[in-house]
Ligand binder design. Structure first.
Ligand SMILES: [Zn+2]
Ligand SMILES: [Zn+2]
Length: 222
């Protein structure tokens, strides 16, 4: 299939316009998370404080968190296209959105949140790993997918924040030692339970600092 044909077959993930994965009109209307932000957790904060009331969801192992978009309207539509249709090119689109909004973290490597094996196989894509690869090449950081491993997989959907925390605790392990600053990458930051568990294991494995970067985030915390 030639390049023109491939382009013509692409459709905007939001409005289905032909010829692009994201048309310029939809791109303009995305719920971008752009300043002023809380300097720690990256939530919109008119005073750009060092920390805010929403920082609590990061726990003690995560230094900072940044996301490109809010998980509403177009942001959620992109995540659904990426996850449910297993459209691998959407990882590139998600990376582009991050690169347009999130400054390159000062870090030594990138670690994707480990996908549950069953889910990754069902969708045919491992979203966080694909996103980590894209960001790794753009930021010239090595991607370390060998540090964290998911050892059991129970869906988080429909659980309260407290139930998610319990569900995810013990769901992953660290397999190797790591040092320096780590960028932890995931598709969506929801309650923060998964990112907290992953960051906890990265610190146990020897990481000095964990900065979370996600494509989207759910703004309100249960
Ligand atoms: Zn569109
Ligand atoms: Zn905050």
């Amino acid at each position: 299939m030639d390049v023109l044909r491939l382009l013509a077959d692409q459709r905007c993930v939001i409005c289905a316009a032909r010829g692009t994965l994201l048309c310029s009109a939809c791109r303009r209307q995305l719920p971008w998370l752009q300043g002023p932000l809380c300097l720690r957790c990256g939530e919109p904060d008119p005073h750009a404080r060092l920390r805010c009331t929403l920082c609590a969801r990061l726990g003690s192992s995560i230094a900072t968190a940044r996301s490109a978009l809010s998980h509403e309207a177009g942001g959620g539509a992109i995540v659904r296209a990426w996850k449910d249709a297993a459209r691998a090119p959407v990882a590139g689109l998600a990376a582009d959105c991050i690169l347009a909004t999130v400054p390159r973290p000062v870090a030594d490597c990138i670690v994707p949140v480990p996908a549950a094996r069953a889910r990754a196989a069902w969708r045919g894509v491992d979203g966080p790993a694909a996103l980590a690869e894209q960001l790794g090449s753009a930021w010239s950081l090595p991607v370390r997918s060998d540090i964290l491993e998911r050892i059991r997989d129970r869906p988080q959907r429909g659980l309260t924040a407290e139930q998610r925390r319990r569900n995810v605790a013990g769901s992953m392990v660290h397999r190797r030692a790591i040092g320096g600053g780590v960028v932890l990458v995931d598709d969506v930051l929801t309650t923060g339970a998964t990112a907290r568990a992953a960051a906890h294991h990265l610190r146990r494995a020897g990481a000095d600092r964990v900065e979370v970067v996600t494509f989207a985030r759910v703004a309100t915390i249960a």
